[in-house]
Ligand binder design. Structure first.
Ligand code: HEM
Length: 420
């Protein structure tokens, strides 16, 4: 047996590693055990402290003035917008107290459990339309689960809430792909200088998206409707209309956060069920397991790999001296397999209970869309459990080149789906 490499040589942040091998669970496991707060240098950039235990992520996330979101959204190995990120987009995820709560309040009424429950019928309708297309006459078929269901469902649901006309949905799809996949050459805008890396791609997409939503917001100020674009366009912060940068960044955030994440939980969840046929059989036999299954899918897939917090003061943690200004990288998938909390965390079990995963984060920035994501996943897997008679992979799933979002770009499947 070859000796284990030194901890400093573990790769927990290189996007190529994620694309090739998936999440570095073995590396995180070692870090949790041997060095739960561990410093990594970045080539040509500032380094970061990798935080891998659940308790530490909770402790840091629950002190929003001591450990702030502002300066660095997440850790990127290559060319991240660090300085000036605040002026590039200014949205909930890079705001801190006291602004953060004011801005979050502007949209939060749309995401309460009750408000989301009211959308259940519409979500089911969108899902059934897509499943009808996929099912055909109920014969064995091949398709790409990402393209045929995961993408159009999450996109359609969110676009509908925002109030984006159907004709413009493909544009939204392209924008989210470009932002989430900014480190993946497949999704870069053609006219972006490839050498400039992901930042230029995000900036160009931001400009297009800002232009689009500026027009839509202007229309909705004249003629408000029952949608999120109208609510935010007419919202006030401290008695004044939301400034343009914050308003347009809000739309930007919702489009990206609302699409890329649930899409990947859906694709990754189906993959887990295909790879664990016993769990799939359990869900089919007992639809009452859907709620615990959804939580387990979010724990298992943990589509958001990491967010960053920055220390505003010196602090000692597990014997490590953290300096003011240092960055913490909160690795959610690692927390979600922490052996201190999860029994057999490396096993996918749809009836896991309790399941205190951090897939949606924790504290002030806890995912605004968690109730919506849960609803979408309940609908998708509820429908599939009752109608999907046969399912297998028809090719290898293609992973996104990213150490920020755990994406599946394509997942070829062979299946037989009963028509309604
Ligand atoms: C399975 C799907 C999803 C996952 C795994 C996920 C994950 C997360 C995580 C980890 C955070 C950061 C939490 C923290 O820093 O403590 C977050 C924040 C956020 N999410 Fe989600 N998310 C999902 C779906 C959605 C959806 C459908 C929306 C809908 C619009 C959404 C909107 C947001 C927003 C706006 C924030 C920022 C909240 C803030 O800073 O106050 N997410 N999400």
């Amino acid at each position: 047996m070859s000796p284990l490499p030194p901890l400093d040589e573990l790769d927990v942040i290189g996007p190529d590693t994620y694309m090739r091998d998936g999440y570095p669970h073995a590396a995180w496991k070692r870090l949790r055990k041997e060095s739960p707060i561990h410093w990594f240098d970045l080539p040509g950039g500032v380094g970061f402290w990798a935080v891998t235990r659940r308790a530490d992520i909770v402790w840091i996330s629950k002190q929003p003035t001591r450990f702030i979101n502002g300066p660095r959204l997440a850790i990127f190995e290559e060319g991240a917008p660090v300085e000036g990120e605040r002026t590039f987009v200014r949205q909930l995820l890079n705001m801190d107290p006291p602004d953060h709560a004011k801005y979050r309040g502007a949209a939060s009424a749309w995401f309460t459990p009750r408000a989301i429950q009211r959308r259940a019928g519409e979500v089911r309708r969108i899902a059934r339309d897509l499943l009808r297309e996929m099912a055909g006459e109920g014969e064995v078929r091949e398709g790409d689960f990402v393209r045929d269901l995961a993408v159009p469902l999450t996109l359609g649901v969110l676009a509908d809430m925002l109030g984006v006309p159907r004709a413009d949905w493909p544009k939204m799809f392209e924008w989210t792909n470009r932002v989430a996949g900014s480190a993946d050459p497949e999704f870069r805008a053609e006219d972006v200088d490839a050498g400039a890396g992901g930042v230029a791609a995000i900036e160009q997409t931001r400009n297009e998206l800002f232009g689009y939503f500026a027009e839509l917001a202007a229309e909705r100020r004249k003629d408000p409707r029952d949608d999120i674009v109208s609510v935010l366009a007419n919202a006030t912060i401290d008695g004044a209309p939301m400034p343009p940068l914050e308003l347009l960044s809000y739309y930007f955030l919702l489009v990206v956060a609302g699409n890329e994440t649930t899409r990947n939980a859906a694709s990754g969840g189906l993959l887990a069920l295909i790879e664990n046929p016993g769990e799939w059989a359990k869900l089919r036999a007992d639809p009452g397991l859907i709620d615990t299954a959804v939580e387990e899918i979010v724990r298992w897939t943990t589509p958001v790999i990491q967010f960053c917090r920055t220390a505003t003061e010196d602090v000692e943690l597990h014997g490590k001296q953290i300096r003011k200004g240092d960055a913490f990288c909160l690795f959610y998938p690692s927390a979600n397999r922490d052996e201190e909390v999860f029994e057999d965390g490396e096993v996918f079990r749809i009836d896991r209970r309790p399941n205190p995963h951090l897939g949606f984060g924790i504290g002030e920035h806890f995912c605004l869309g968690a109730n919506l994501a849960r609803l979408e996943l309940r609908v998708i897997f509820g429908e599939l459990a009752s109608r999907l008679e046969e399912i297998e992979l028809a090719g290898t799933p293609a992973r996104l080149r990213s150490s920020f979002l755990g994406g599946i770009k394509r997942m070829p499947i062979r299946y037989r789906l009963l028509p309604e």
